[in-house]
Design a protein around this ligand. Structure first.
Ligand SMILES: C[S@@+](CC[C@H](N)C(=O)[O-])C[C@H]1O[C@@H](n2cnc3c(N)ncnc32)[C@H](O)[C@@H]1O
Ligand code: SF4
Length: 399
């Protein structure tokens, strides 16, 4: 198919850029730790694809005068879709929006899906490339069987390795997801996981501290004493091991959980963190237009029904100046771009800048924050704690 229809570069046209996120709410099996929105029943897959296409149509005016620079299939597990289904969605984006000449198109994929279509002479990767996907985010989580079982992942360690090996023959822009702070994962094993990931020579790695989300199987198992609780100190130590190893191998920790070689930062996620607008399509997907955040209903049946009736199943929140300030501080402190004191004064006013500097002082004295070139940043020691620090810097609207 041709991906050049309707396309233009925002650099050339001077139009603002935007992203489109498409949520695929299906997974083969439920990982014990996960509270993202997904269903393990694929019965409604066909209706859902039709609804996603319809939602793209219904919302085509929301990115008027903007050029779509990134398309991101997230989940759930987008790799449960067939090539034809993914192509239908990509074509629907091109049909309804102005798309850049060379958009970043990311697919989140799980090793078991990638392996299930592998034969001796064929892998799925060539097909992905042919429909325009140019970035893969592969959910490995760990290369240890014990961890994969504990997390109830649908793949084993060997499948993860084989699929990464295959993927690197077709794609250079690959990201691997890993999880640290897993009960019983020793620092030695964590280093082994990092080294195994590095051996595949991928240019991007996302690493998350295992979080015990309420109402997940993991939370229940921990409560019942079947699985050990996570240890925050161990997670923090493993984060520091990670930063040291990856920075030593040419990666930039450009966001708390994200490490990329220069030129390989996720354009989609960087745009989120820099406050650019994006449209979130699909159940549970969030959108941002610069002033408002909205989120779609987290229920596949309700989503499909509402879209079939030409109604957007979403709730909207208009951000106050204080909300925007707090969000900027939260995301800024997690990223290498930090919190620009000049931007704070310009966009929010001197009162906000004064508040920020006053609240930051204690963290600067503890060497958790520092100021460089009029920008507030977390130190190496402070980075892991950035969310907690950010919330202490928030402005609270009491009126
Ligand atoms: C929502 S998943 C979607 C991608 C894909 N389905 C997968 O499992 O790889 C995105 C990533 O979030 C991370 N994640 C989800 N829940 C988590 C949790 N409770 N703690 C730590 N990481 C989590 C996992 O690393 C996962 O790869
Ligand atoms: S981690 Fe990924 S595969 Fe596992 S349940 Fe969550 S979205 Fe699905």
């Amino acid at each position: 198919m041709s991906l050049s229809m309707n396309s233009s570069s925002s650099g050339r046209t001077g139009r603002a850029s935007a992203g489109i996120y498409i949520h695929i709410p299906f997974c083969k099996q439920a990982c014990h730790y996960c509270d993202f929105h997904f269903s393990t029943s694929l019965k409604k897959k066909d209706d859902l694809i039709l609804a996603l296409v319809k939602e793209l149509e219904l919302r085509k005016d929301e990115l008027q005068h903007k050029t779509v620079e990134t398309i991101y299939f997230g989940g759930g597990t987008p790799s449960v879709l067939t090539i034809d289904e993914l192509q239908v969605l990509i074509l629907a984006v091109y049909k309804n929006f102005e798309v850049a000449a060379h958009p970043e198109i990311t697919l989140e994929a799980n090793p078991d899906d990638l392996m299930s279509v592998r034969t001796q002479s064929k892998t799925i990767f060539e097909d992905y490339k042919n429909i325009g996907i140019n970035r893969l985010s592969i959910g490995v989580q760990s290369f240890f069987e014990r961890d994969l079982k504990l997390m109830n992942r649908a793949h084993n360690a060997e499948e993860a390795k084989v699929c990464l090996e295959d993927a690197t023959h077709y794609f250079d822009n690959i990201s691997i997801d890993l999880i640290y702070g897993i009960p019983d994962l020793t620092n030695k094993e964590w280093i082994e996981n990092i080294e195994t990931a590095l051996a595949f020579n991928v240019p991007h790695i996302s690493c998350y501290a295992l979080t015990v989300e309420p109402k997940t199987a993991l939370a229940t198992f921990i409560k019942k004493g079947i699985i050990k609780n996570v240890d925050d100190d161990l997670a923090q130590a493993q984060f520091h091991i990670l930063v040291e190893r990856l920075e030593g191998n040419g990666f930039v920790n450009y966001e708390l959980s994200n490490f990329g070689k220069p030129e390989y930062f996720s354009k989609n996620n960087s745009a989120y963190w820099q406050g650019k607008p994006y449209l979130g399509i699909g159940p549970s997907a969030h959108s941002f237009n610069g002033d408002q955040r909205s989120w779609n209903v987290s229920n596949n049946t309700m989503y499909i029904k509402s879209i079939q009736q030409h109604k957007l199943p979403l709730e909207v929140e208009t951000l106050s100046v204080t909300d925007k300030f707090n969000e900027y501080v939260m995301t800024g402190l997690r990223t290498v771009w930090g919190v620009s004191l000049q931007k704070v004064a310009q966009d929010f006013g001197d009162v906000y800048q004064k508040h920020l500097l006053q609240q930051a002082e204690v963290f600067i004295n503890e060497h958790l924050l520092y100021i460089d070139d009029y920008t507030l940043l977390t130190t190496k020691k402070g980075k892991f704690l950035s969310d907690g620090i950010a919330s202490s810097l928030f402005k609270i609207n009491l009126s």
